[in-house]
Design a binder for this molecule. Structure first.
Ligand SMILES: NC(=O)c1ccc[n+]([C@@H]2O[C@H](COP(=O)([O-])OP(=O)(O)OC[C@H]3O[C@@H](n4cnc5c(N)ncnc54)[C@H](O)[C@@H]3O)[C@@H](O)[C@H]2O)c1
Ligand SMILES: O=P(O)(O)OC[C@@H](O)[C@@H](O)[C@H](O)[C@H](O)CO
Length: 470
């Protein structure tokens, strides 16, 4: 029987001291941040590992422990016209702590002077304030509240702060995280000295991440395990492309020598242009294609790209509705969108629409809604393709056509709204907690959503698309 991946059957793998706390043990972080730690370690530039913290109760801690926190990253794709098919065991994760099972171990991280960095990816839903979290909860529910408790313990011990680099795909992620931490600090009455320490001793950076990480290669797992010679329940596939923009002080480049290791990382004082380009032109089309594609029975991004109608939808969405609303030189946007189409077509990765669908409501809010609103304001009409995708998303949250994956609170809002179909559109568009504003005030939106819902109910999503693509 093939043995499970472990340090005992991979002798000689170095063990690195813990230098980073990472909230989130999902596929993305393991194939992005931890993979990059590994590249720096391979070159003798960092000598550090990450200790991972599960942001929610359910997680991969037990599976990671079963294989000594080792896992394989498989990079598959075309880079500079060369085919890349690499595999590497990542040994730069020390352990996974679940604050739900061992809160003392979590808080004890504050004691370790070797820990200098904090990274996170808790999905777009994670950097959020949760009313009712308290300092003495073990643990508090939200990620920012957990972080505040850890930072406060660190402060009480009189130690230095951290460089904090969130990777969530929300605008100004570092600032948002800092604001919520400050909000808890004020609400929990942690005092002026802590507020000062937070401000002066910690560096909150905003960051933008870019790498497509489809995750566990379910369809090829058995074949890969035979090739690798070990069982690995945490294998993760990713594209070779990687880009990380960190808005932070220039001294960070030396402290975290990512660029020195040859990684495609930019440390800058203004990440705005990079962010707009990526979130709207890559993540936007992903989120738009998910409900329509899933309702048409498509399973992967590649399926979408190989379907003539859907490909036209993606291209027209980019060219006619997204690019004209972005404030960047046209040639940069066109070349980026061409590269994105290439990456979407990557024949080596199976990027499931279902996996992209996780927390689609907050994704729509950050990836597409700002552009939809800008389009309406500038042109006095709604962008047809984005509006159809929005209606499809709302329909998909009825839960009867495709599986929904979102937080219990979001699903409850939809269940409640769908229980009165006649008033569904008004109720849902008005919901400030979903959209951060009352969308019934957007001229024409309620009517357009109602009309598109009817269309999607009476035909299928492919037929609805055929009516709007040229
Ligand atoms: N997979 C990719 O291609 C990719 C690329 C770039 C960015 N990302 C980002 O990474 C995030 C996670 O993607 P993944 O592929 O690792 O998914 P995953 O399902 O493997 O991991 C999800 C992670 O988010 C945490 N999480 C889920 N819901 C949460 C919540 N409500 N509050 C706090 N934490 C929560 C989980 O504990 C887990 O650590 C995405 O939302 C996205 O922002 C992913
Ligand atoms: O990772 P998610 O679930 O937030 O979103 C799915 C994709 O849009 C996303 O993962 C992209 O592939 C990624 O952002 C590319 O860098």
């Amino acid at each position: 029987m093939t043995k499970r991946l472990s340090r005992s059957n991979q002798p000689g793998l170095p063990v690195y001291p813990e230098r980073m706390i990472q909230f989130g043990e999902g596929n993305f972080m393991r194939a992005f941040v931890d993979w990059q730690l590994q590249q720096m370690n391979n070159q003798g530039l960092f000598n550090g590992s990450a200790v991972l913290v599960q942001p929610i109760g359910q997680g991969l801690g037990a599976l990671m422990a079963e294989q000594d926190n080792l896992y394989t990253v498989l990079l598959n794709g075309i880079m500079q016209e060369q085919t890349v098919n690499s595999r590497e065991i990542i040994g730069s994760v020390s352990r996974v702590i679940s604050p739900y099972e061992d809160y003392a171990a979590y808080l004890a991280l504050a004691e370790d002077d070797g820990l200098e960095f904090i990274t996170s990816n808790t999905t777009e839903a994670g950097i959020a304030y949760h009313a009712g979290d308290a300092l003495n909860d073990a643990p508090p529910k939200s990620f920012p509240a957990k972080l505040t408790a850890l930072l406060h313990r660190r402060f009480e011990l009189g130690k230095k702060g951290f460089v904090i680099i969130p990777c969530e795909l929300i605008d100004r992620n570092g600032e948002k995280l800092r604001e919520i931490v400050q909000q808890y600090a004020a609400e929990w009455q942690l005092g002026d000295a802590f507020a000062k320490w937070l401000e002066e001793e910690n560096t909150f950076c905003c960051s933008l991440v870019d790498r497509i990480v489809p995750g566990y290669p379910r369809d090829k797992a058995a074949q890969l395990e035979a090739e690798l010679g070990y069982l690995d329940n945490l294998m993760v596939t990713a594209e070779p492309f990687l880009f990380w923009v960190i808005e932070g002080p220039s001294w960070l480049a030396e402290k975290l020598p990512l660029t020195e290791a040859g990684l495609n990382v930019v440390i800058t004082d203004d990440m705005t242009p990079y962010r707009e380009r990526k979130v709207h032109l890559l993540n936007g089309p992903h989120t738009a294609m998910v409900p329509l594609g899933m309702m048409a029975g498509l399973e992967t991004v590649e399926d979408v790209m190989n379907d003539e109608t859907f490909l036209r939808f993606v291209k027209e969405l980019m060219n006619d509705e997204l690019i004209p609303m972005l404030d960047l030189p046209a040639d940069e946007l066109t070349s980026y969108s061409a590269a994105v189409l290439e990456r979407f077509k990557n024949p080596f990765v199976r990027h499931e629409l279902a996996s992209i669908s996780l927390n689609s409501i907050s994704k729509f809010k950050s990836r597409l809604l700002p552009v939809l609103l800008r389009y309406q304001q500038e042109r006095g009409k709604l962008p047809e393709l984005m509006t159809l995708a929005f209606a499809a998303l709302l329909l998909s949250y009825r839960g009867d056509r495709v599986a929904r994956q979102d937080g219990a609170e979001v699903l409850a809002v939809f269940d409640q709204a769908w229980s009165s179909p006649g008033s569904f559109v008004q109720t849902i568009l008005k919901n400030d907690s979903l959209w951060g504003q009352d969308l019934t005030l957007v001229p024409g939106l309620s009517d357009a959503i109602s009309a598109n819902l009817q269309k999607l109910e009476s035909t299928d999503s492919r037929a609805a698309l055929t009516q709007v693509v040229s």
